[in-house]
Design a protein around this ligand. Structure first.
Ligand SMILES: C[S@@+](CC[C@H](N)C(=O)[O-])C[C@H]1O[C@@H](n2cnc3c(N)ncnc32)[C@H](O)[C@@H]1O
Length: 247
């Protein structure tokens, strides 16, 4: 049985509330085709249809404020959406920012906002399934993803681009983010994950352990999203062996 955004009668047994809030969030992104504007971090941004709207929850603003952008260093943002975090990284002094998204409209949106704020020369914006289109062997001082935290069952069918911003089928993308990310870090590089309490923390912890990694909370804040209190967490992923970074 497939779980489509319009068949809210069919919900997974795992966590009906989170799944239902995810469906509502997808619906709030609407079917409109007109670009919109919003303000964040004191700047104006363009938002294209079917791109994660940083205005529906506080995740984008919180993580952008909390991230330790490496001044003079390199930053890889996985899942850049409208581009707020990636563009702010460039504005706050990263020498090179790579921003990737699986949603081609998000890639276009980030490129538009990079040009608007005069940092396109420092940014590479790619359509990529996680690290897939990032040059082999390229490493970064900071890797970050504000992830699609809501677990979707294996038979979930993505029918709209924006669903990739909300739902991770089988947590397969979280698994790959964890498994492959440490190998993308420079010697002093850091890997962070923006997570929240609508996500499946038990499953995340299992994947962290299976990846030979360890996870540590760096920041947290409680805000409302979808009418319920949600705890937003900035988590750091490190090599669980206590030694060097995972290959
Ligand atoms: C919660 S949204 C965050 C968007 C943006 N970073 C922000 O904070 O406003 C998650 C983003 O991850 C992207 N994404 C999901 N799966 C992905 C994958 N396999 N590879 C790259 N990006 C992915 C989604 O398309 C979406 O833009």
């Amino acid at each position: 049985m497939s779980h489509s955004p319009t068949s809210s009668a069919v919900l997974p047994a795992v966590d009906d509330d989170s799944f239902r809030i995810g469906l509502q969030l997808v619906e709030r992104h609407g079917e409109g085709t007109k670009p919109r504007q919003f303000e964040m971090a004191g700047l104006q941004w363009q938002l294209l249809p079917q791109v994660f709207a940083p205005t529906h929850t506080e995740s984008t603003a919180l993580f952008t404020e909390w991230l330790p952008f490496p001044v003079g260093g390199t930053f890889l943002e996985v899942g850049c959406g409208a581009g707020v975090t990636a563009v702010m990284a460039a504005l706050r002094g990263c020498s090179r920012v790579t921003a990737v998204d699986i949603n081609p409209t998000a890639v276009q949106n980030t490129a538009l906002n990079a040009a608007r704020h005069g940092v396109a020369d420092r940014m590479q914006v790619l359509c990529s399934d996680l690290y897939g289109a990032v040059a082999a062997g390229e490493k970064f001082d900071l890797v970050f993803w504000n992830s699609n935290v809501i677990f979707a069952p294996e038979d979930f069918v993505y029918t709209r681009q924006v669903q990739h911003a909300i739902f991770d089928r089988g947590y397969a993308t979280h698994h790959r983010y964890l498994r492959e990310g440490l190998g993308r870090l420079t010697s002093a590089g850091r890997m962070l994950l923006g997570f929240n309490s609508l996500g499946d923390a038990d499953r995340l912890n299992e994947l962290v352990a299976a990846s030979g990694a360890r996870i540590t909370e760096r920041r947290r804040a409680i805000r409302h999203a979808g009418g319920v209190p949600v705890t937003f967490q900035l988590l750091e992923v490190t090599d669980g062996s206590g030694g060097g970074k995972a290959a």
